[in-house]
Design a binder for this molecule. Structure first.
Ligand code: P6P
Length: 323
């Protein structure tokens, strides 16, 4: 008991990652170093958001901070950012073995009204260190090694998975440390919430329209689901992870590929949702099986509690048969 007392120090995100690293004896700590630079970027953005910087400056500032932090980590070789039209190929002298796809400040249009926004990131291992190409970031989401988001709201919460479940860490500003507050997040198998922009209902396909109708007018006499839609993906997904339910950003007649970006919105969130026991579906296939061809391509996405996504999959299967 005395020993336990000695070591029972609070779990910080870096101690957690080091514990994970120690499970792979051959690991040289590169991933831990990469993650420490991502954590630095999140702390920097958290303080800038709290200073109430105006949106335009914050968008550019957060992108610069993450690009500089990732390059200077010496552990990356290709970076894809929502803010940059082209991928960043790291100078060979500073090259490492990881690729990072990220949205430095997703939902930033919500800053001025105080709605939570966030950084979303996904991490891949490059295929061939001596031949670094765009192919290294056009891998299917299932090949990601890790993914996470940092939500900047009333508190700053970093949610991370390195492939062994999902853990949430809350920034303690007095310590400047992310402390484990949500260990091993697991989603309810079925939820009572659906999350979609109903303003697009006019343009939905039959499967989505039927699914949403069933949420509002259940045929089995159960009570209707609640609609919760914040319009900031990190906030909507954080609630979905903790409370369950389903988040939908469907294709519609105007946007056949939906709105959300594959590499740094759909893939990282799908990775987390699956690690927490849920599912992520594009309307055609498992989201993480998608093989992107362009770094800013979009995809429709339905993600959340396992049973809820099963229902939309069944409706798309029916729609495919009758089309
Ligand atoms: P809509 C924010 O602009 C964003 O990229 C995501 O964070 C969010 O889920 C989505 O767009 C909201 O889109 O069309 O409902 O406003």
């Amino acid at each position: 008991a005395a020993e336990a007392h000695q070591t029972d120090l609070m779990m910080t995100i870096m101690r957690y990652v080091l514990t994970e690293q120690s499970k792979n004896p051959e690991s040289r700590g590169d991933f831990t170093i990469l993650l420490s630079h991502i954590v630095f970027g999140c702390k920097f953005v958290a303080s800038a958001v709290n200073k109430g910087e105006e949106q335009k400056k914050l968008d550019v500032l957060s992108n610069e901070v993450f690009i500089k932090a990732l390059v200077s980590s010496g552990r990356t070789c290709v970076l894809v950012s929502e803010e940059d039209e082209e991928a960043t190929f790291v100078d060979p002298a500073l090259r490492g073995k990881y690729c990072v796809c990220f949205d430095p400040l997703d939902g930033s249009s919500n800053i001025d009204c105080g709605v939570s926004i966030g950084t979303i990131f996904g991490i891949y291992m490059i295929k061939d260190k001596d031949n670094v190409t765009l192919e290294d970031v056009l891998q299917p989401g299932k090949d990601m090694l890790a993914a996470g988001y940092c939500m900047y709201g009333s508190s700053c919460t970093l949610v991370l998975s390195t492939g062994n479940g999902v853990n949430g860490f809350t920034l303690d500003p007095s310590l400047g440390e992310f402390i484990l507050t949500h260990p091993d997040i697991k989603m309810p198998k079925k939820g009572k919430i659906y999350s979609v922009n109903e303003g697009n209902a006019k343009n939905w396909d039959k499967a989505v329209a039927t699914f949403v109708d069933k949420c509002k007018y259940p045929e089995d006499g159960s009570s209707p689901k609640s609609l919760r839609y914040i319009g900031s993906m990190v906030a909507d997904i954080h609630r979905t992870l903790l409370y369950g339910g389903i988040f939908l950003y469907p294709a519609d007649k105007k946007n056949p590929n939906g709105k959300l970006r594959v590499l740094y919105e759909v893939f990282p969130m799908s990775f987390l949702i699956e690690e927490a026991g849920g599912q992520a579906f594009t309307g055609k296939e498992r989201a993480l099986d998608l093989v992107p061809t362009k770094i800013h391509e979009r995809s429709p996405v339905f993600l959340g509690s396992y049973d809820d996504v099963e229902e939309i999959k069944a409706l798309y299967a029916e729609q495919a048969k009758s089309s």
